[in-house]
Design a protein around this ligand. Structure first.
Ligand SMILES: C[S@@+](CC[C@H](N)C(=O)[O-])C[C@H]1O[C@@H](n2cnc3c(N)ncnc32)[C@H](O)[C@@H]1O
Length: 248
């Protein structure tokens, strides 16, 4: 999608991000914090695309040394407004580059955000640069959806997003099977006008992510269907995958 860069997501959604996720993510956030705390084992932690600190703040509250990387200063400004948000060091940058100092026992990238890098090249770079930032025992955790292309007809999918007395919404997606990109546009119509919410993503199958890890000298250590470590099967709609140094 032209004009959708690394910082575009935050520029568009920082203001409403926490309110829109609201309590819908609470249980997921709690479970993710449990698993991430276990994996960190008291060590140093880096969250790629830290956003407004949904997960980083509760991790820091558990005494972990959490660092963040984020493309959008608007998202970081929201993090800074929250209690404890000033204490988390955040580097403004692109998660494909991982230009941060130091090494980490746990690097993580949640909530489908690996697909916010809209080219295979950027995703490959991200794995490679994360590998350079891992300690000998360090692991890289990725949580993202398993692609589901079943709704697309002739490259497009359209879903109604609810109807009220004074508003209606539509989700329109366009799929490019060669680039593996999906451009999203959520359109809300109200009496006062139309609101557009675009998003650009490049999806990858779990097996492609595993290959990217191998190119970076990492290998898959664990894959679960959710934060509760339930088994990953063909029925899973997402995966929580943990990569460590090959042969370690
Ligand atoms: C869905 S939010 C996730 C935020 C947070 N990790 C969470 O789980 O709530 C996606 C975040 O990725 C950031 N982002 C998108 N592309 C990025 C990039 N190339 N490098 C760094 N951050 C990026 C956005 O600014 C936004 O904060």
């Amino acid at each position: 999608m032209k004009g959708f860069g690394a910082e575009t997501f935050g520029d568009l959604y920082a203001e409403d991000y926490d309110a829109e996720l609201g309590t819908t993510m609470d249980a997921d956030t709690r479970e993710s914090v449990e698993l991430l705390t276990d994996l960190a084992a008291g060590g140093t932690v880096l969250e790629l695309a830290i956003g407004t600190g949904r997960v980083a703040l509760p991790l820091a509250a558990r005494g972990l040394a959490v660092h963040g990387l984020e493309a959008s200063d608007k998202m970081v400004a929201k993090l800074r407004e929250k209690p404890g948000g000033d204490a988390i060091p955040v580097t403004i940058g692109d998660m494909a580059d991982v230009s941060v100092d130091g090494t980490f026992d746990l690097v993580f990238l949640l909530f489908n955000t690996i697909f916010n890098m809209t080219s295979q090249e950027a995703q490959v770079c991200c794995f490679r640069n994360v590998a350079r930032r891992l300690t000998a025992r360090g692991v890289f955790l990725v949580e993202t959806f398993v692609p589901d292309l079943s709704a697309f007809v002739d490259g497009h999918a359209v879903n109604g997003m609810g109807v009220t007395r004074d508003a209606a919404g539509l989700d329109i997606r366009r799929h490019d099977p060669v680039a593996q990109t999906i451009d999203y546009q959520r359109i809300v119509f109200t009496e006062n006008g139309t609101r557009m919410a675009p998003l650009a993503m490049r999806y990858a199958w779990p097996s492609e992510l595993d290959l990217m890890a191998r190119l970076a000298g990492l290998e898959l250590c664990d894959r679960w269907a959710s934060w509760d470590r339930s088994p990953f099967t063909a029925a899973a709609s997402r995966h929580v995958s943990v990569y460590g140094r090959a042969g370690a």
